[in-house]
Design a binder for this molecule. Structure first.
Ligand code: IPE
Ligand code: MG
Length: 210
């Protein structure tokens, strides 16, 4: 979900306003995706690299994740099950504050009975780090090092392979997102910033795989 800052700057607004609008757009897009019968929607909310941003911006983004994971009534109405991928909270270098951890755990628990779309939010996530952690676990358990054993030890083993990967805001390069899971995925690049990624944009992406 790239381009929140540029979306705001183009309107003479502070970057934080772009992040807030980006969060609102998640709520909108989840509705659209559910109506479209999508099984799995995974969004890159915050990366292991994003912590170097100015403190005030990081604090604002953390607050928005608390808000997002707090949309439990809405998600239950939509029969959406929430999941999270990211660096484990107990990792030595993990930085997720307790209140965000709590919001994540609560959203997962309170939507766990839902049978519809699985909405996975990547928070404090890095694809390379996920791979290192998976390899480490395969080694710890003395398992043979195979594509399957690595797949089984990713952060969220239930996450299926990616069908279509979308990058917003005119970025035409691979990011550190679901590197392993996106082997063979179709790629959709759009000039639209995340806050303006709408139903029409989703259709354009889905057209690559349906
Ligand atoms: C994406 O928007 C939001 C996060 C990475 C948290 P950006 O903040 O990267 O927006 P631009 O790239 O500056 O426009
Ligand atoms: Mg950016």
């Amino acid at each position: 979900m790239d381009g929140n800052g540029r979306w705001a700057a183009a309107r003479g607004l502070p970057r934080t306003a772009g992040h807030s609008e980006g969060e609102e757009n998640i709520a909108r897009l989840v509705r659209v995706a559910v109506r479209r019968d999508i099984g799995w929607l995974t969004l890159f909310g915050f990366s292991t690299e994003n912590w170097v941003r100015p403190r005030a911006e990081v604090r604002h983004i953390l607050g928005l994740h608390e808000k997002l994971f707090g949309r439990i009534a809405e998600l239950n109405d939509l029969n959406v099950r929430v999941q999270w991928i990211g660096r484990p909270f107990d990792a030595a270098d993990a930085r997720t504050p307790r209140y965000v951890q709590r919001a994540i755990r609560k959203a997962i628990a309170d939507t766990s009975a839902n049978t519809g779309m699985v909405l996975t939010i990547a928070f404090d996530y890095g694809g390379r780090r996920e791979l290192c952690d998976a390899v480490e676990r395969v080694r710890q358990w003395h398992l043979p090092m195979t594509p399957q054993s690595i797949t089984d030890h990713l952060y969220l083993a239930e996450l299926p392979p990616v069908d279509v990967m979308v990058r917003t805001s005119g970025e035409r390069r691979v990011s550190n997102f679901l590197l392993w899971q996106s082997a063979g995925a179709a790629m959709r690049f759009t000039e639209k910033a995340w806050p303006e990624f709408d139903e029409h944009e989703l259709e354009r992406a889905l057209a690559l795989v349906t």
